[in-house]
Design a protein around this ligand. Structure first.
Ligand code: UD1
Length: 357
């Protein structure tokens, strides 16, 4: 596969910044787009430290049609890796309208701009949340798409369906990657998760407790039908996850066939692949692992269940192995360790900056 020019939306966020580095290191030209609503320009400094140069970055909101058109006129993109979107399960229950407006309208604007500029390859950042409350675990891609339990999940499920129509009727080539719970950080320690305000996700919250910034972690429910009563998730390392994107990109480019029949396009348009480690870990087990790594207790308080949560989900990732030759290999402990190291580094840098002023 030759080097290509790829637009990465959400380019300064957590997963997206790791993807930017991985695609650039694989020899592609990456162009980053983000509205910086939940990320920071600082991430670009980290990307630059790793790559030795700063990829082109455009501060654009996907809902801004005119700005998107100008961008697509400026470059000849070979395709798009689309991550941009709001992504917190709990917050989405409080701000459903914002989630629909941002995630759905933004993506439709992007797709229509791609179509106008004849850019038709897309890797979409979907989520295991589309399975709703699983009928069985581990979930494979044959599992029926469930009634989603929160507006964030609804946006992902709707977008997968909308993308299937773009694939079938507008000749887009799409792979939906259904992530489980990404954690960890780049081994360089230069990029990771930057959180503005109280973190919605488990690991960043625990890290803030471990470094003394927050007093305790609320465990949202210990009365679930799981062995220790807390929720079970599939925590996949961020570096494994972006490797899955690189392989999905190769897969898309290797399989695109212009004269495929309508029927086979419909088949193609349903391509959705789980990216998970295939192992379930409970919230209480995660807390224990952090305690072992930091050699200090993590104060935890049992809190009521969080709206929109399900008891347990983890992946059957066999399809990824079969189609993409991909398998997650990083143990959860290792991902927690790299995530925590980066978090501690960010805390030190912030402290040094404030004491300098
Ligand atoms: C969800 C999606 C996941 C997606 C992620 C993006 C599902 C099943 N998973 O993850 O695919 O990548 O959103 O944000 O929809 N918890 C606490 N205390 C806290 C925070 C979290 O107990 O302070 C618990 C939650 O109740 C949950 C687990 O930790 O059981 C993980 O929560 P979180 O990190 O927010 O991710 P999900 O909501 O599982």
């Amino acid at each position: 596969m030759s080097w290509q020019t790829i637009l990465i939306t959400g380019g300064t966020g957590y997963i997206w910044s790791h993807a930017a580095v991985a695609f650039a290191q694989a020899g592609h030209t990456v162009v980053l787009l983000d509205n910086l609503s939940n990320s920071s320009r600082q991430t670009l400094d980290g990307i630059e430290k790793i790559l030795g140069y700063r990829p082109d970055f455009h501060c654009i909101d996907l809902r801004n049609q005119a700005a998107l058109d100008t961008l697509f006129a400026q470059y000849t993109f070979d395709g798009v890796i689309h991550f941009a979107g709001l992504k917190a399960v709990g917050w989405s229950c409080e701000q459903a309208g914002l989630y629909f407006e941002n995630n759905i309208n933004g993506t439709i604007n992007l797709l229509n701009t791609m179509e106008r500029h004849k850019v038709k390859s897309l890797v979409f950042s979907s989520s295991c949340t589309v399975y709703g409350t699983p009928q069985y675990t581990p979930v494979d891609e044959q599992h029926p798409l469930g009634e989603t339990t929160n507006p964030y999940g609804r946006t992902k499920a709707l977008l997968e369906k909308i993308l299937a129509d773009y694939a079938t009727f507008a000749w887009f080539t799409v792979v939906n990657l259904r992530y489980f719970n990404p954690i960890g950080a780049h081994p360089s320690g230069h990029i990771g998760e930057h959180i503005q305000g109280p973190p919605p996700n488990l690991l960043p919250y625990i890290f803030k407790v471990a470094t003394g910034e927050l007093p305790h972690i609320n465990v949202f429910g210990t009365d679930y039908p799981t062995p220790d009563g807390s929720c079970i998730r599939d925590y996949i390392d961020i570096n494994d996850l972006v490797d899955g994107h690189l392989k999905a990109w190769k897969y898309i480019k290797g399989h695109f066939c212009k004269d495929a029949s309508h029927a086979s396009r419909q088949e193609w348009s349903r391509t959705a692949i789980n990216l998970g480690i295939g192992q379930g870990t409970s919230v209480l087990e995660i807390i224990k692992l952090v305690e072992q790594i930091t050699k200090q207790p993590i104060p935890a308080i049992v809190a009521p269940r969080r709206a929109g949560d399900i008891a347990a989900i983890y992946a059957n990732a066999d399809l990824a192995q079969k189609l993409l030759w991909w398998k997650a290999t990083t143990p959860v402990e290792e991902s927690i360790r790299t995530g925590l190291l980066l978090f501690q580094k960010m805390v030190r840098e912030k402290y040094n900056e404030t004491t300098k002023q």
